[in-house]
Design a protein around this ligand. Structure first.
Ligand code: GLA
Length: 784
């Protein structure tokens, strides 16, 4: 609920179910932030005014706003936004260069409106609401000297304790105006130190978590790669340094944007903490003629007193309900088989169909043909841009392959990378001016490909029409949309020199137009975003594509960390996760089959390996695992997610909204000798309900015990010899089963698991739990 109180001047109180956000208009017309955190239940202006700082004298060596307000020292105030130049020497939210060259702005309160609708942006994706509960506050500010208008927008989503913000600048002056930055969110907190947790990384190493406590100065999180990037995700947390998964104050922030972004946390001279988030100002300059406006992307913030976990579940609900949209919003996502790691560029229609058939037998629902199907694409040096099917590989075209897949009972998905072009392509020959490049200057290379200039509407139209042709040329129900190089030599040949500071942002706006149009034209298609894995995993993409390929790294041990990283800000239904071959293609590590499945199951499950090469034992296993996943798919994809321990052990639980079903993961990175007893701590269960706690019965390959086979057979067996192999084919070892009936309360106290193998004996009562071992535990409530 949004309330306005009118004392001398307006005060605003924004309430969600468990949080409050309050600010007021100061006598000068600036906006003072009063509170963001636990719910206030305030009922009067007087009560809210108790949250203001009482100022009597101006301290030394600072600037007072003006002669009438000497104690208004903007540098030492919590502000809703700051333009700089009037004494606030901390980092600004807004930087304008006015027609006279002046860089000082002074936006003061001019009015406010509260409505219960959220209009869409003209150029950008945003959150949306179908529940009819969103409320919208617009605060209008006017520059006291130059007359431009700034709108601050607040959107309140009570159901998930989220408040979104965005800003719009309108040049109401009679001269042109240069916008050097317009960020999306500023939050000033009255104290410090806070801890910041960011999620950084690189290709195949996305979402590594790093935390620091900031006592002074500024900490920057950013992407200058053109995309939101694996280097630093726009999602971050600010929290009590002592916060845990389950307790302590924790704020989460994200940005609905897929380009260069910038987040900072700054502790000023007076110990206040400023958080900023928005489009990266470096390399950015937007020119506004009189009457023009510029809208900044929407930023998302949440607060939870229940630690990182509470924060995550708020964000998950928000992303599921107010970001992801379209037919696939709540639909179970299909189990897919992707051709990439099975075949790379080397395939024919026949080889694809035989791969697909082997998948169908195991329960696969959707077959995805990855890179390599168009133009002369036999490696990654050519043909991007030439989206005509390679008839040598696929004589019946996409339609022919799609039809044969349908006959097999599989849906058909296809890979595209529409934003890119190889110099070795017909498209580049025909339109060299359609790429992002500085005319006449050499261009730096990434994966031998270049970006098309999506700042150019003609290029946007080309992509829309060409992809429309591809997507309607066959019965296609899924598209993997890739993006495999970052920006360099940023320049749009379609823009004049003075507008080159707009290129990177206009690229992103162009991309949104293309995505918007294609998702409208093909509402039944399930789109999966991808950018060399997770190089563009953000809320802007998720506003069009319901899921994203989280990482090119399919190694289960790397993945448990990567997916855990994503889970802080993004729900499981957005994470593409595949089972792949071992040794793994990115790390050359070998992990047990179960662990590869168990980790990939916590997300949108797929397979990405040559299933024809599996042993009979592996095929049997995979078949039953896919069936199991389908039975529990709603819990894996849409459950409420809880993290437990993280480190050498990873402990996850996903719980159905009615808390009748829950599934847990316990994964061990490295084993420690002679540690037999371990507990698994589920979370989120209904304390009163009685659950049946169990795991799947397993049969272990005897060879996993190596030469210990000699302790049970009467003759000597050489390891890996034909005799060893023959015994392993005939005899499998039983695995332990857990079978407990108890209330949620008892289970959450820690389930004492069966004794782990410790070098002294093994039977079906012993838990085989070695390096990279894991278990899934299932909890099903008894009927009431
Ligand atoms: C990127 C993607 C991969 C695969 C290849 C194809 O690396 O992340 O999944 O699609 O491109 O070239």
């Amino acid at each position: 609920m949004i309330r306005r109180f009118d004392g001398d001047r307006p005060l605003f109180l924004l309430d969600t179910e468990h949080t409050s956000y309050a600010f007021r208009v100061l006598p000068t017309g600036h906006l003072e932030q009063l509170h963001y955190g636990p719910k206030l239940e305030a009922i009067s202006a007087e009560e809210l005014l108790s949250l203001t700082e009482k100022r009597t004298f101006q301290p030394g060596a600072v600037i007072g706003y003006d002669a009438r307000h000497p104690t208004t020292v903007l540098e030492d105030m919590c502000l809703e936004f700051s333009a700089g130049g009037k004494g606030d020497v901390r980092e600004p939210f807004l930087e304008l260069v006015h027609h006279d060259g002046g860089r000082t702005s002074d936006f003061l309160f001019a009015g406010a409106e509260i409505t219960d609708t959220k209009p869409p942006y003209a150029t950008l994706p945003g959150s949306y609401d179908e529940s009819g509960r969103v409320e919208h506050l617009t605060v209008r500010l006017r520059d006291a000297q130059y007359g431009e208008e700034l709108e601050l927008h607040y959107y309140v989503y009570p159901d998930c304790d989220v408040i979104c913000r965005s800003a719009k600048l309108i040049n109401l002056s009679r001269q042109s105006l240069e916008v050097d930055r317009l960020l999306s969110l500023q939050l000033d907190l009255p104290d410090s130190p806070w801890a910041v947790t960011c999620f950084h990384g690189a290709w195949v190493r996305e979402m590594e978590k790093a935390t620091l406590t900031l006592p002074a100065g500024r900490f920057v999180m950013e992407s200058r790669m053109g995309c939101s990037s694996s280097r630093m995700n726009p999602f971050f947390m600010l929290h009590d340094p002592e916060a845990t998964e389950d307790s302590g104050a924790c704020y989460g922030f994200n940005l609905i944007y897929s380009g260069n972004h910038y987040e900072t946390v700054e502790v000023g001279a007076f110990g206040k903490t400023r958080i900023l988030s928005g489009v990266h100002p470096q390399g950015f300059r937007f020119l506004l003629q009189p009457g023009d406006s510029f809208e900044a992307p929407e930023a998302v913030m949440t607060y939870s007193a229940e630690g990182f976990g509470g924060q995550s579940r708020n964000m998950h609900r928000f992303v599921r309900e107010h970001i992801v949209r379209g037919q696939w919003k709540h639909k179970p996502r299909p189990v897919l088989l992707n051709s990439w790691e099975a075949s790379y560029f080397n395939f024919t229609e026949r080889s694809l169909l035989s791969l697909a058939k082997s998948g169908k037998e195991l329960g696969i629902e959707l077959f995805v043909m990855d890179d390599g199907w168009f133009g002369e694409r036999s490696d990654d040096t050519r043909s991007l841009g030439d989206w005509d099917v390679n008839l040598k590989k696929l004589p019946g075209g996409l339609a022919g392959l799609g039809k044969k897949l349908k006959e097999l009972g599989l849906d058909f998905g296809v890979w595209v990378e529409p934003e890119m072009v190889n110099v070795r392509s017909k498209l580049f020959e025909a339109h060299p001016d359609w790429t992002m490049a500085i005319p006449g200057k050499p261009h730096s290379e990434g994966r031998t490909q270049r970006l098309l200039d999506l700042a150019n509407p003609e290029v946007q139209d080309f992509i829309i029409e060409k992809m429309t042709e591809v997507f309607s040329s066959a019965d296609i129900s899924y598209v993997k949309w890739d993006f495999n190089r970052i920006f360099s030599d940023v320049y749009s040949p379609a823009l004049p020199p003075e507008k080159q500071g707009e290129t990177a942002h206009r690229y992103v706006l162009g991309l949104y137009r293309v995505m918007d149009e294609l998702t409208r034209r093909f509402p039944h298609i399930l789109f999966e975003g991808c950018a060399s894995g997770g190089n563009r995993f953000d809320l802007g993409i998720l506003a069009y594509f319901p899921q994203i390929w989280a990482s090119d790294n399919t190694d289960a041990v790397s993945r448990v960390r990567i997916q855990e990283g994503y889970s802080y800000g993004y729900p499981l239904s957005t994470l593409g996760a595949h089972i792949s071959a071992c040794p793994n293609h990115q790390t050359l590590r070998s992990t047990p089959w179960d662990t590869r499945f168990n980790v990939a199951a916590f997300g949108v499950l797929g397979c990405e390996l040559d299933l024809r090469d599996l042993s009979a034992e592996e095929r049997k296993k995979l078949k039953s695992e896919i069936a199991l996943y389908k039975n529990w798919r709603e819990v894996f994809q849409y459950g409420d997610f809880y993290r437990g321990r993280s480190g050498n052990l990873h402990e996850w639980t996903s719980v159905s909204p009615d808390r009748r079903m829950a599934v847990g993961l316990l994964l061990q990175e490295l084993t420690r000798a002679n540690t037999q007893f371990e507990r698994y701590f589920p979370k989120g269960l209904d304390g009163e309900k009685r659950y049946h706690f169990s795991n799947e019965e397993q049969r272990l390959n005897l060879k996993r015990f190596g030469s210990l086979v000699n302790t049970v057979v009467p003759f000597h067996v050489k390891q890996d010899s034909p005799v060893h192999n023959a015994i392993a084919r005939a005899v499998t070892m039983p695995g332990e089963t857990e079978d407990i009936k108890a209330t949620g309360r008892t289970l959450m106290a820690g389930v004492k698991l069966k004794q782990a193998f410790s070098g002294t004996g093994y039977n079906e009562e012993v838990r085989y739990f070695v390096d990279f071992s894991s278990r899934l535990y299932f909890m099903l409530a008894e009927e009431e």
